[in-house]
Design a protein around this ligand. Structure first.
Ligand SMILES: Cc1cc2nc3c(=O)[nH]c(=O)nc-3n(C[C@H](O)[C@H](O)[C@H](O)COP(=O)(O)O)c2cc1C
Length: 404
């Protein structure tokens, strides 16, 4: 079973993730993990923090001489700004007598809730006095650890010829032309890497940037929509046999767990609710006698690559919908804590629009869910075991009647 946990605060010393269940014998390219971390820090509309972060991963377990050992993989990402926060975020009690200046910094509490954040419920739930005790962990800074995990998972998927790409398809009201049925995912990824907004539609990108700039000037914020695509998936990842084994359900949970994501759509999900069945369901046709791949084809893919909670061999297409960033320069009405006096929300340096970064995080979460499903179906202690099982299964799918 593939699983991970993260720990660490936004302005703490570091973020850590432990990824357990990656089989032994997989080459791990750390530079590719750093590349995903770098991408998460990019994107038009990000706050000043991204300029100081420059994240890098250190592998502290589970890999030796570039090859996974089968042990849990420990991923460490140091917070570059730690020196400026070592008193505020110190794990040790501050000696008030010895260092009055440090004690003053440490005592300075955040006292006004930010609507749209975990501040209000988290402070009451954990009986905190300083809202910082909530916001530090609730912050999307945590997603750096998820991106590192996802980058390792992408390398596992790559061993089986599975590729992923993510792109921004909407910012505020501006929608990209995102009809990419025939576009190769490497090509899409190159277009995304060359775009400040991570959007493959250049005309839409300019309008998106204009909108972000105008919204920033107005002291407001924006959300948007990202699409994650995956191809090369075998038929049958996930299962229909139990509710929690359905892959669509798992993708929904993983994507909704990303800070600020408020809806998830698979394939034409939203539009299909208003269409008739004949316009939604994808016909199944024989592939013809010369086919070396699967013995059937699908002329359309409205389903987005999942039927009955399982991959069906088509390209996976899933979208996540992000609400506007909740920290606003023009603070929203809120109350103080613990006095509950009327005022405006606390403001701390913030993004105006983080949809580009969110696309990297969503890709990481999809990579994790797919890698977990792959390990569930073909898992063994080593990559070689996994590949042998995978090859046998592929052969079965090509000739399910047993004929060669
Ligand atoms: C990549 C990324 C960056 C984010 N940056 C910010 C930010 O700078 N300021 C902010 O207020 N919220 C930001 N958010 C959103 C908040 O973390 C999120 O809205 C908040 O934790 C409350 O969670 P919820 O929206 O899921 O209820 C970001 C989210 C993501 C995915």
């Amino acid at each position: 079973m593939l699983r991970f946990l993260t720990s660490g605060e936004s302005h703490g010393q570091a973020l850590i993730a432990i990824l357990d269940g990656i089989p032994a014998g997989m080459p791990l390219d750390v530079a590719r993990v750093d590349e995903e971390l770098r991408r998460r820090q990019q994107g038009y509309g990000r706050g000043a923090r991204q300029k100081i972060e420059s994240d890098r991963v250190e592998i502290v377990g589970g890999v030796r001489h570039g090859i996974t050992s089968g042990a849990p993989i420990g991923l460490l990402i140091k917070n570059k700004d730690w020196d400026n926060w070592r008193f505020v975020m110190s794990a040790e009690p501050i000696d008030e007598q010895a260092d009055e200046a440090a004690a003053q910094l440490a005592r300075k509490a955040i006292e006004r809730f930010r609507p749209g954040h975990a501040d209000l419920a988290g402070t009451l739930k954990f009986r905190q006095r300083d809202i910082r005790d909530v916001l530090e962990r609730a912050s999307a800074r945590e997603t750096a650890a998820r991106v590192a995990v996802g980058a390792v998972c992408q390398q596992l998927l790559g061993q089986f010829g599975i590729k992923l790409a993510a792109h921004v398809v909407q910012v505020g009201t501006v929608r990209a032309d995102a009809d990419l049925k025939a576009v190769d995912l490497d090509e899409l990824d190159r277009a995304v890497a060359a775009s400040e907004m991570f959007c493959a539609d250049r005309a839409a990108e300019e309008q998106m940037k204009e909108l972000v700039k105008r919204t920033w000037q107005e002291g407001d914020s924006l959300g948007g929509v990202v699409e994650v695509l995956a191809e090369g998936l075998p038929v049958g990842l996930g299962s229909y046999t139990q509710w929690d084994r359905r892959l669509d359900g798992q993708l929904g949970q993983a994507l909704m767990s990303v800070q600020a994501m408020k809806a998830v759509e698979i394939g034409d999900g939203v539009d299909s609710a208003g269409r008739t069945g004949s316009a939604v369901h994808d016909p199944i046709m024989p592939a013809g006698p010369t086919s070396t791949a699967l013995p059937f084809t699908r002329p359309t893919n409205h389903a987005g690559g999942i039927e009955g909670g399982m991959t069906n061999g088509e390209r996976l297409r899933v979208r996540a919908y992000m609400k506007p960033i909740p920290t606003l320069r023009n603070g929203l009405p809120s109350v103080s804590f613990p006095g509950f006096q009327a005022g405006t929300a606390h403001f701390e340096r913030s993004d105006v629009c983080a949809i580009s970064a969110a696309s990297v995080v969503c890709k990481a979460m999809v990579a994790f869910v797919l890698a977990r499903a792959l390990v569930d179906k073909f898992g063994g202690d080593t990559i070689a075991d996994m590949k042998a099982s995978y090859d046998r299964y592929l052969e079965h799918c090509r000739h399910p009647g047993g004929q060669e």
